[in-house]
Design a protein around this ligand. Structure first.
Ligand code: C2O
Length: 550
């Protein structure tokens, strides 16, 4: 065993961006937080100390957490929050995962600034399934608000309206040279002619799918969500929040400075979006425009021509190119639970007597979102996992529906009577080892939007995706059961659907939700409760002694 021990302190730190300084919740004073570098098979022991004035938890996004659900992190799902002044030690082992994952706060909107990369390298003696790169660079794409993000979401929750969009996109916390007051702090990625660099790209933005590109350079995609992929070459990639993509670039262009850029992909009709571009700079160390020692000062970088914000064709061309490196033997073929979940927005009528200032959604409503017409409500006095283990009644119900209450034209003109989800803390129960298929069907209630759907504690195969309404007869024939990509977050296309499959081989309570935080705020989530199997290896470990209580 290799123990990677670290301490993480959540604290308030002054941070200056876009010409202004304000107090920001950081990790060890850093924004973004530190990169954790481990090897497959390592056990991580991370002590989180909360010195901020908010409750916090940390989620290890994409880590399978086999039998260690207590370390998963979502507040009120697998633990109660770490209160100000308290601490909690997350302890878990990386099993069979290699590539790039990340960690982030899983409490309110704290993850806007509380996040970092988690790099998992092959064990000593193992190697990458591609030529060893000369360098590796984690690139975390994010969003920055001039206001405190917690205030932004509190205001939206009070008014029922859509929250303010962010003021900048960022790469490793920096807006880059196209934003005011940001040029001199732009992230520089050095490279020498002929070298390759493994870029570990993470979409840690709160509410935005992003296109990512390096000017004049092709990328070879080699992995996503800590699973290897069959390598392929592209000039642009798309990531939904939560997703990671590993790409190799080779310095085969004339020495110069080139933009590394990310820009919004948001094809929702009528939804506000930010059309600005965040940049870093790929800088050839031999560049003639640079002085000795590799310092470049003035030369303007070569810019990247980004796809338009509504370029669904480019996004789809990318997501449908992903393949596992070889034939996979363990795609579930026989399905025990054939589930159909709608994912989309809703609008709640305002209760009689409610004040207008609390009903500032469209036409005096409040925004909502749901899966199968249920807006998920977090409990507040127990975590679901604790309630399940201790048999505490009344915290959740096990009647999350296997299909929507009514079949309708999901992506067409949806009748107004179907716009209002109910609220509840409902889970769907699975026995250990059962096989699951979920059709994730986007809806066009209010607007059609993309939904990056993330499942905690699991990787799943994405066997198909498409537009319009899922058609069981026609679309089942198109399933890729041979070499589908394995991921932890699926981009459900705007006005379309995706189908995932997994085996319920990890006991616990596992949140599945849209990784746009605005949508999870509105209830676009549910949870699977996976029961213990037979014997120790199929049973959740006992809770750690310092597990926070509510
Ligand atoms: Cu990356 Cu529930 O989140």
């Amino acid at each position: 065993f290799n123990f990677a021990r670290s301490d993480i302190q959540i604290q308030s730190t002054p941070v200056k961006r876009l010409c202004k300084t304000h107090n920001t919740i950081t990790v060890n004073g850093m924004y973004p937080g530190p990169t954790l570098e481990v090897e497959n098979g390592d056990t991580l022991v991370v002590n989180v100390v909360n010195r901020a004035r908010y409750n916090v938890t940390i989620h290890w996004h994409g880590v399978r957490q086999m039998r260690s659900a207590w370390a998963d992190g979502p507040e009120f799902i697998t633990q109660c929050p770490i209160r100000p002044g308290k601490s909690y030690t997350y302890r878990f082992t990386i099993q069979g995962q290699e590539g790039t994952l990340w960690w982030h706060a899983h409490s309110s909107w704290l993850r806007a600034t509380v996040y970092g990369a988690l790099i998992i390298r092959p064990k000593q003696g193992d190697s990458y399934p591609f030529p060893k790169p000369h360098r590796e660079t984690p690139l975390l794409l994010g969003e920055w608000w001039d206001a405190n993000p917690i205030d932004v979401v509190r205001e939206a929750t009070r008014t029922g309206a859509a929250p303010n969009v962010s003021d900048a996109y960022t790469i490793n916390g920096q807006p880059g040279d196209l934003y005011n007051c940001s040029s001199k702090d732009t992230v520089i990625v050095p490279i020498k002619s002929g070298e390759t660099n493994l870029l570990r790209v993470v979409n840690s933005a709160l509410n935005q799918e992003l296109f990512f590109k390096v000017a004049n350079h092709k990328m070879t995609v080699v992995g996503a969500d800590a699973s290897y992929l069959k390598p392929f070459t592209t000039s642009v990639i798309m990531l939904g929040p939560g997703q990671t993509t590993d790409v190799l670039i080779t310095a085969n262009q004339p020495p110069n400075r080139y933009h590394i850029a990310a820009r919004a992909y948001a094809s929702a009709q009528g939804a506000p979006f930010d059309n600005t571009t965040t940049t870093a700079i790929l800088q050839y160390e031999t560049s003639a425009t640079c002085s000795h020692g590799g310092k470049c000062t003035s030369s303007k970088p070569v810019t990247a021509v980004m796809p338009a914000f509504n370029d669904t064709a480019t996004a789809t061309a990318f997501t449908t190119s992903l393949r596992s490196p070889r034939r996979v033997e363990n795609v579930p073929q026989k399905i025990d639970h054939d589930l159909f979940f709608t994912v989309g927005l809703g609008l709640n009528k305002c209760p009689r007597g409610a004040r207008a200032r609390n009903c500032q959604g469209p036409n005096g409503t409040r925004f909502a979102a749901s899966m199968n017409n249920v807006s998920f409500v977090l409990p507040s006095n127990f975590s679901l996992l604790q309630a399940h283990q201790q048999g505490v009644p009344g915290v959740f119900t096990t009647d999350f529906p296997a299909r929507p209450p009514r079949q309708f034209d999901y992506t067409g003109n949806v009748s107004r009577s179907l716009w209002q989800p109910i609220r509840g803390t409902k889970v769907y129960k699975l026995k250990y080892g059962e096989t699951v298929q979920v059709v994730l069907q986007g809806t066009s209630i209010f607007t059609a939007e993309n939904h990056p759907i993330h499942l905690h504690g699991y990787d799943f195969y994405i066997v198909a995706e498409g537009f319009g309404n899922f058609d069981r007869r026609k679309d089942t024939a198109k399933f890729n059961l041979v070499d589908p990509p394995m991921r932890n977050t699926a981009s459900v296309p705007v006005g379309g659907w995706a189908v995932i499959r997994f085996v319920a081989d990890n006991p616990g309570v596992w949140l599945m939700h849209c990784h746009l935080d605005v949508h999870i705020t509105w209830g676009l989530a549910m949870a699977f409760l996976v029961e213990n199997g037979v014997g120790e290896l199929q049973t959740l470990q006992p809770p750690p002694p310092d597990l926070p209580v509510c």
